[in-house]
Ligand binder design. Structure first.
Ligand code: 3AM
Length: 177
């Protein structure tokens, strides 16, 4: 199975993000039920490895915290934009949780993640390059700020690539105290 660790988002927040998901030609909007904040991409693993990962994450002790989504940005460059995302206000607790997850996964035998953690919620990927429209879209919504929400758990998701696109399923949730 293909796995990743993420924060699931409350329904009202997903609705709020959904309201942003329009008005950009070439955008392939993420399905509202799929909106999430990735903490660690894991990739394809076998059953035993998945069990080790679950055990490592179950043993992790983390604290609840509040998180606010704000601002928009893109990954990629002007010639080839890859992802449109909503950002996160600076959040030490989130960084700490992510570092603990990274540690736990390395103890479970995974190779270290080399890429720096850039917290974001992907809103869209691109079928074609929207060009200037993408820049305008981001600038027009730059003051976007959602209400803070309480992060009380993190989730191990499986990702299944279906013909209609990715289907994400929560496999296990780990409470924060
Ligand atoms: O959270 P976002 O949407 O940015 O793009 C995939 C998605 O990121 C990313 O993992 C998240 C859950 O699927 N992803 C997919 N393949 C990846 C890979 N090989 C990857 N991230 C890193 N390496």
């Amino acid at each position: 199975m293909r796995l990743f660790v993420a924060l699931a988002l409350p329904a009202d927040l997903r609705s709020r993000l959904c309201a942003l998901s329009a008005g950009l030609p070439g955008a392939r909007w993420v399905d509202p039920s799929n909106l999430h904040l990735t903490l660690r991409f894991i990739g394809e693993v076998g059953r035993h490895e998945a069990e080790d990962i679950d055990a490592a994450l179950s043993g992790l002790k983390g604290k609840r915290f509040s998180l606010t989504l704000a601002g928009l940005g893109e990954f990629g460059d002007d010639r080839r934009p890859r992802q449109l995302w909503v950002g996160v206000e600076p959040n030490e607790a989130l960084e700490r949780l992510q570092a603990k997850i990274e540690n736990a996964l390395q103890r479970a035998g995974l190779a270290p993640e080399k890429r720096k953690f850039k917290p974001h919620v992907t809103l869209a990927r691109f079928k074609t390059n929207p060009g200037e429209r993408l820049h305008d879209y981001i600038v027009e919504r730059s003051l976007f700020r959602a209400a803070p929400f309480e992060v009380t758990e993190f989730t191990l998701f499986s990702s299944y690539l279906a013909r209609e696109g990715a289907i994400y399923a929560p496999e296990a949730a780990y409470p924060l105290l």
